[in-house]
Design a protein. Structure first.
Length: 84
């Protein structure tokens, strides 16, 4: 059975949200999916929150990452050739 892990490869924080630079915080997070400890694919997630708290932005990005990988896993499990 394969071992899956996700690592954060880079992150950037910007004051303001993409739609309104006068409030909130936005950021871009680059993740790498490792399968059996070997890089497999990368994913870039852009997240924003209405607060200026970096911890809230990180929590939002973690939720966005979880949703992205759940969708990815569901698409693999519904594919007849995936072997899952």
């Amino acid at each position: 059975m394969s071992k899956f892990s996700v690592v954060l490869s880079s992150a950037s924080f910007n004051p303001g949200t993409p739609s309104d630079s006068s409030k909130g915080l936005s950021g871009e997070f680059s993740f790498i999916l490792l399968i059996d400890d070997k890089p497999s694919t990368s994913l870039v997630i852009s997240s924003s929150v209405s607060s200026s708290s970096p911890s809230q932005l990180i929590q939002q990005a973690q939720g966005d990452l979880k949703s992205a990988f759940q969708g990815w896993a569901e698409s693999l499990s519904s594919s007849p050739s995936s072997g899952i």
